[in-house]
Write a protein that binds this ligand. Structure first.
Ligand code: FMN
Length: 357
């Protein structure tokens, strides 16, 4: 049986929480019990359907991928079981660490370097055939998801229309507006980071536009700006169309169904892809809104039915039977000065650290 020493445990948990999450908020707790790490999701999930479930599972997958890459540094294999019960909506994951079962995965070294880069302009060059094949291998570790590049001009144009439509809705629909702005920590200002939520300084908002952007968090102001000068359209262009138009590569991960294990594995594949890109000197920004709002069951989460239907139809004509889960743009750019932070690993422990191993 493996017994993690404190340094190993801290390294593994620290690496796990360095994974991305939709709004920089890991809703999880770890319990370390001899050779097993239990991860408990702290909120209830809908058993099926909806986009919030997908965001949660993608983020959990990324956490577990980082965790198992970090464990490999110590030669530990990480046998993972998703204990999702369709009747019981709370999720749990069990990871059994197995000594001398894994070769060190060199990706552990880039876990702290990966970040979300929201610079408007990514430079080239486009990914080479060798780089693409490395990325195919990274995603291929989880065969339920498929990596699709949207670099053909006609297809990219079609996808940009869907992305614009979904991003615009974030500024036009009061519920989506509230959800988006409530994740932004305006209380920390533009020059500091925070351990949970999105620091405004990480959003690459141009300095002269910051006061206006901050004002738009108030729904009456947003509504007024939409009526007066079409702020929702301007935002849709600025946050999705323009950056994606300029990006050397635009891609997505698609699946054939959206059950828990498939979405969770897509989160793992996405994280391997992101780390591999980081290793190649590239940066990435996830932009999944157009895929998420097209999912079945999102009406129960206040996505207007017309928006869902139009997006689903658009994706079907572009991808056929493949269901897109996460879109992203890729390129070369300098990291911003402000990045999202994380709480200490102990924050996520179910037990005080002195009892946790
Ligand atoms: C499932 C998922 C969805 C995300 N969606 C977006 C998005 O729509 N726009 C965006 O700019 N970042 C998005 N992100 C990036 C997160 O905001 C980011 O990971 C988090 O703030 C932590 O920052 P970091 O990636 O720099 O560590 C997403 C991340 C995940 C895992």
């Amino acid at each position: 049986m493996t017994q993690l020493d404190q340094e190993q445990r801290n390294f593994i948990l620290q690496s796990a929480i360095q994974a991305p999450s939709a709004d920089n908020h890991h809703r999880i707790r770890f319990q370390v019990d001899a050779d097993t790490i239990h991860i408990r999701y702290t909120e209830e999930l809908l058993p099926q359907g909806g986009y919030k479930r997908v965001l949660a599972l993608l983020s959990l997958g990324a956490v577990v991928e980082n965790l198992s890459i970090a464990a490999s540094r110590f030669g530990l294999g990480a046998q993972t079981t998703l204990l999702a019960d369709p009747i019981q909506p709370r999720l749990a994951i069990q990871i059994r660490l197995q000594p001398a079962q894994a070769a060190a995965d060199p990706l552990w070294q880039v876990i702290p370097l990966r970040h979300t880069n929201r610079q408007v302009r990514y430079r080239g060059p486009k990914l080479s055939a060798i780089e693409r094949s490395d990325l195919d291998s990274a995603v291929g570790a989880y065969p339920s998801s498929q990596l699709i590049w949207l670099d053909d001009p006609a297809q990219r144009k079609q996808v940009l229309r869907l992305m614009r439509r979904a991003e615009t809705a974030r500024y036009r629909n009061p519920i989506l507006h509230q959800e988006f702005f409530s994740a932004i920590r305006f209380d920390v200002g533009w020059h500091a980071s925070c351990t949970e939520g999105l620091p405004p300084g990480a959003l690459a908002v141009e300095p002269p536009l910051r006061p206006l952007f901050k004002l738009l968090r108030h729904w009456p102001v947003m509504r007024w700006a939409n009526l007066l000068f079409g702020a929702d359209h301007i935002m849709g262009l600025r946050v999705s169309d323009l950056p994606c138009r300029l990006a050397p590569n635009l891609g997505l991960l698609a699946v054939k169904n959206t059950d828990h294990p498939t979405v969770f594995d897509t989160g793992r594949a996405f994280q391997r892809l992101w780390l591999t890109l980081t290793n190649q000197g590239r940066v990435l920004q996830p932009m999944p809104a157009s895929a998420l709002y097209a999912l079945e069951g999102v009406q129960a989460e206040d996505i207007p039915i017309k928006l869902q239907q139009d997006l689903a139809q658009g994706w079907k004509s572009s991808l056929g039977a493949n269901i897109p889960l996460i879109l992203f743009r890729v390129g070369v750019a300098r990291p911003g000065k402000i990045m999202a932070g994380r709480p200490q690993p102990e924050f996520f422990l179910d037990m005080p650290p002195e009892h946790a191993h």
